[in-house]
Design a protein around this ligand. Structure first.
Ligand code: ZN
Length: 231
């Protein structure tokens, strides 16, 4: 790994020679901020991940470029979370995921898979959709396939009769007291938005105030429930 003065990109994952802008690699306990330490950890993890995802193995053609960029981005957060669990870095991934949802809502948005005719076209499709939407979709797959992650949590430690939030029946709702709540998309691992009805939204706000939700889930509720939120 080499730090280069005024390197134009943040970093470049050449095989066996990763080049960084100085600020993205060098760190001083005395002079650098904690934020810089976090950024550099994510950047280094991203570029090292590219030695595998992109260099040793890669997609057949640029059409699936999102797999290269999305995997390196997703795994950089996973590695950072293992190295520094106290940072709760997945809460920051949520900003990236929310950006991906915003981009996805634009008329000019496109699929993460983009047909490319020749090598020159690859540069044209390399945008934030590849990184942000791509990594958020992989994060969703991790949430879906992971062993310990479930898609539903519920207040008071109890569950609906069938354990499925989307099929919470009317009868169940009538029996619920007002402190019972359901949070869909646990840990915001899914790349989708949830619309809660007013009553459930009000209960969720109370659950947030009482600190029943994790930091990631609270941030997710912020994006979903804050009125006129641009996201
Ligand atoms: Zn990359």
């Amino acid at each position: 790994m080499v730090a280069v003065f005024e390197f134009s990109s943040g970093a470049m994952e050449n095989f066996r020679l990763i080049v960084y802008r100085e600020s993205h690699m060098l760190y001083s306990d005395l002079k650098s901020t904690d934020k810089r330490k976090q950024i550099n950890t994510i950047v280094v993890a991203h570029e090292v991940a590219h030695q595998w995802f992109g260099n040793l193995i890669t997609m057949g053609w640029g059409t699936h470029l999102w797999l290269n960029k999305g995997f390196a981005t997703w795994i950089s957060y996973m590695v950072t979370n293992i190295l520094f669990p106290e940072w709760q870095i997945w809460t920051q991934f949520l900003q990236l995921s929310a950006d991906g949802l915003s981009l996805n809502a634009l008329q000019q948005s496109h699929l993460i898979k983009v047909e490319v005719d020749d090598a020159h076209g690859i540069d044209q499709i390399l945008d934030d959709i590849s990184y942000k939407k791509g990594s958020a979709v992989i994060r969703m797959l991790q949430g879906y396939l992971g062993n310990d992650i479930v898609q539903l949590t519920q207040g008071k430690g109890s569950r609906t009769s069938n354990g499925n939030s989307s099929s919470l029946k009317e009868k169940d709702q009538e029996q619920c007291d007002e402190t019972l709540w359901v949070k869909v998309n646990v840990e915001q691992s899914g790349f989708y938005r949830v619309i809660y009805d007013d009553e459930l939204a009000a209960r969720l706000r109370k659950a947030v105030v009482k600190n029943y939700l994790s930091a990631t889930d609270k941030l997710g509720m912020y994006y979903m429930l804050v009125k006129d939120c641009p996201l």
